[in-house]
Design a protein around this ligand. Structure first.
Ligand SMILES: NC(=O)c1ccc[n+]([C@@H]2O[C@H](COP(=O)([O-])OP(=O)(O)OC[C@H]3O[C@@H](n4cnc5c(N)ncnc54)[C@H](OP(=O)(O)O)[C@@H]3O)[C@@H](O)[C@H]2O)c1
Length: 275
């Protein structure tokens, strides 16, 4: 793993932090786009002390700004000559409708459009480093979602569950379509449900839900297991376009295989991101 490079979004907390820890232990070079540099520096120090891996670089990147994503990807493509693992992990769960710096509904923007744009901008390096891997942290919550092409940003009707579920369903459609486009390149794309994990994701949720949820939550280290498996296991390179949980492929509904929805979402996402 020594010469391999991994980019992990959202490494400053929760599942992303544990994924970064595990890949640092493997001896991979980590390049971490973070929105809060002070948090990033604390993480870099912690990972170095814990794993002995001093090969951890930080880049400022706010995933709620397409300019910021483009600046990071541009920097990356200039500085580094390969990319072996991209983990699209960062995500938000908003309780009130809000917008990204680009004026796009935040859950859709940060959870779907940001990884869509970042992945596409880094695809050249991933292809040049094949066999390589793209891992997107989706969620079981996708089951409750629908891609609402007539109101993707919830401008007419928005609720916290629907917007989050749609964004996690979009991660699944993105993975399937990406895998199809990458056939034969040696780059695999898979997504996963990490479990219900004790992280900061639920901080904004109504307090009365915290108690019952705590009963079923697993620690972040456990929640990172499937992402780490997909990022490191040799056998994980055999799969692409799949949805995993507990390191195993899980079945999803017929709707998630609908090529028209996947194709349309890809097209709309290209328009949004100007790709
Ligand atoms: N926890 C669960 O039970 C669960 C279940 C299913 C799926 N997931 C998915 O797992 C992923 C990781 O979430 P988590 O549970 O580990 O939550 P978390 O502890 O809240 O971590 C979220 C990470 O995303 C980063 N982030 C958020 N907005 C960003 C932005 N605009 N720019 C850059 N970074 C940003 C955060 O950075 P800061 O540190 O700066 O805030 C943090 O590092 C998410 O995609 C989530 O949907 C989680």
């Amino acid at each position: 793993m020594k010469e391999k490079i991994a980019v992990i979004t959202g490494a400053t907390s929760g599942i992303g932090k544990e994924t970064a820890k595990a890949l640092a232990f493997e001896g991979m070079k980590l390049v971490l786009p973070v929105r809060n540099m002070a948090k990033g520096e604390a993480l870099q120090k912690e990972l170095h002390e814990l794993t002995g891996n001093g090969n951890i670089a930080l880049h400022e990147c706010d995933l709620s700004s397409m300019d910021s994503i483009r600046a990071f990807a541009g920097d990356y493509n200039e500085k580094y000559d390969r990319l072996d693992v991209l983990v699209n992990n960062a995500g938000v769960w908003e309780m009130k409708r809000s917008e990204t710096k680009d004026g796009i509904e935040k859950t859709f923007g940060v959870n779907h459009l940001a990884p869509f744009l970042l992945t596409n901008l880094l695809l050249g390096k991933l292809k040049a480093s094949a066999p390589s891997r793209i891992i997107s942290v989706s969620s079981m919550a996708h089951i409750m979602g629908k891609i609402r092409f007539d109101d993707l940003e919830g401008k007419r009707r928005w609720n916290w569950m629907g917007s989050y579920a749609q964004s996690k369903l979009a991660n699944l459609f993105f993975t399937r379509e990406l895998a199809r486009k990458l056939e034969g390149t040696g780059v695999v794309a898979n997504c996963l449900h990490p479990g219900i994990v004790a992280t900061h994701l639920f901080d904004k949720m109504p307090k009365f839900l915290h108690g019952p949820m705590r009963l079923v939550m697993i620690p972040p280290k456990e929640g990172a297991q499937t992402a780490v498996f997909l990022a490191t296991a040799p056998e994980a390179l055999k799969f692409s376009g799949e949805y995993f949980a507990n390191k195993k492929i899980r079945k999803t509904s017929a709707y998630t295989f609908n090529p028209e929805v996947a194709g349309k979402l890809w097209k709309v996402s290209r328009q949004y991101t100007g790709l």
